[in-house]
Ligand binder design. Structure first.
Ligand code: ADP
Ligand code: 5GP
Length: 217
């Protein structure tokens, strides 16, 4: 029994990326609300907090000086400039998720961050969220009401380049109807949990237990 219990799954790293406004924050939050054992990697950013955002929960909001201090100390697992602001995933966040005993760690990062995480941790799974159309992407960015006209234009102009990164990702989810996209995301998670490489330790532990029983018989 104990050997089967010891064969615990390793932490599943799930990266969510998308062009700005496609809905990855919404999907991430819904997934965190609905499933247990998930941790969210809280990034550092130099962008100003939006009215509904909580420091330490949505992001660690820092100034440029502090951001580059962390860069100099080599304490970011990845970092990048996105839409004119700096964003990074600290090594401390990865450690925190491990200590908290989460089975899944979610990253909401852009494609540059996704590439850096994959380079360091190739077992990470990349999911790219697509909008149903460019018109709807623009409508969502506008309706969120968080961007200045300049920032909105910059984010929308970047969308084509970002969507062009899709071949790098393992899964593509079209976020048309939210419930359906959420079901797809849960499906990806379920499939990844059942991947042979992840379940192999359980199978191997069962084999050892069965061998012991054979020896006793
Ligand atoms: P991202 O994190 O990718 O920039 P958000 O999650 O902030 O995008 O979503 C952008 C806006 O679109 C938000 O106002 C959100 O409520 C809305 N939204 C997200 N998904 C959908 C959907 N499936 N249908 C309609 N609106 C959506
Ligand atoms: P927003 O300002 O809308 O919250 O995020 C803008 C972009 O920055 C999104 O594509 C988001 O995924 C990305 N982002 C957020 N945190 C990180 C991070 O830690 N690293 C990287 N590389 N990108 C991030």
């Amino acid at each position: 029994m104990s050997s089967v219990k010891d064969a615990r799954d390793e932490l599943l790293l799930l990266i969510l990326s998308s062009p700005s406004g496609a809905g990855k924050t919404t999907l991430t939050q819904r997934l965190l609300q609905e499933q247990k054992g998930l941790a969210f990697s809280v990034s550092h950013t130099t962008r100003a907090a939006r009215p509904n955002e909580v420091d330490g929960q949505d992001y660690h909001f820092v100034d440029q000086e502090r951001f580059f201090e962390i860069v100099r100390d080599d304490d970011f697992a990845e970092w990048a400039e996105v839409h004119g602001n700096l964003y990074g995933t600290s090594v401390a966040e990865l450690e925190r998720a491990k200590r908290a005993g989460a089975s899944v760690l979610l990253f909401d990062v852009d494609y540059q961050g996704a590439r850096q995480i994959k380079a360091k941790l190739p077992q990470a799974v990349g999911v790219f969220i697509l909008p149903p159309s460019m018109q709807e992407l623009r409508r969502r960015l506008e309706s969120r009401g968080t961007e200045t006209p300049e920032s909105l234009a910059r984010r929308f102009a970047k969308a084509r380049d970002e969507i062009g990164q899709y071949p790098f990702f393992d899964y593509l989810i079209v976020n048309d109807e939210l419930q359906s996209a959420l079901a797809d995301l849960k499906g990806v998670l379920a499939a990844e949990r059942c991947r042979r490489s992840r379940r192999a330790p359980t199978a191997e532990a069962l084999l050892r237990a069965a061998t012991k029983l054979d020896e006793k018989a």
